[in-house]
Ligand binder design. Sequence first.
Ligand SMILES: [Zn+2]
Length: 325
Amino acid sequence: MAIKEPVYFNLSVTPNIFHSCLFQVPDPSKVAVSRPTILQHGQPSRVRLVEQGSLSYRIRFVNVAKILTKPDLSTWGCFETKHPPCSFAEINGQILDFRKKKNWGKDLPTDITDYIQQGANEVKVAVFEDQTERDASKESIAFCIEVLEVTSRTTIHKDCLTKQFIPIHDAKLKIRERIKPRQSKDDEDLVTVGSDTIALDIQCPISKTTLKVPVRGKHCSHIECFDLDSFLSSRPKYVGGVSIVDAWSCPICGSISDCRPQNLVTDGFIQETIRKIIADRGGQHNVDRVIVRSDGLWRVYNPDVDTNETKGKKKHEVIDLLDDD
Ligand SMILES: [Zn+2]
């Protein structure tokens, strides 16, 4: 489960007044309202059954720098929930309880799914604090109502291999862009071998096995990928097996990037390179890295040869160079 989109944004909540927010839910059939049920041990409880496309809603406050423009969803998703010490909220007349410091000392968003109704929904919020202190602060209180969506593993796989797939040609262009500048701070992490080549791992950093579906976040600046299945399996989950909403950071570059399922992209070049290695050497190959030139030609990494190159010794002739076209 991941944030699908915000349905309401207020980037600067003025303290000490009530704010009224309206949002529409035209079709509540996909809204995953929890149902009363009797659990195995006989205790009554409420259980939320979800499936592909199930929606739920939540509200949360965060502190943001006093900025004028709305952040993109990836940036917003990385902000930590921080409910003001003194605040009030209700939805459709139902007063809400903010879950403060409930998760290892961190505030949690408040789920409002059970109070959603068809058509117009009204949320009222208020923050009570010293206006003078807020004016002097470098941060504003932002408030958002978000829709969360459940996406099945089958759908994620399908999307990553179709509409979220980067064709070989386009993937090569990204490699070329990545090799050329080498001037920004981000490039400090780039593994280079020779003047116009980079070394690319074809092992998943999570499973330490060869990538099957090589993916990364579409906003990631790196080319390196992780394996789709390993990534999905390693996501922390709620009881029942649904992935926790705010746990989609990139396993390579950390929380900088947003790797929610809809933001993953499959690198067609790396996928095809791995396919050729397996075709040439079989499933038991011991290749974990390839050397790629800016023109997209690649060869298998040779630790003896390539380590010497990086130490500035005599450059070895490039051998075993395979064109992927
Ligand atoms: Zn990343």
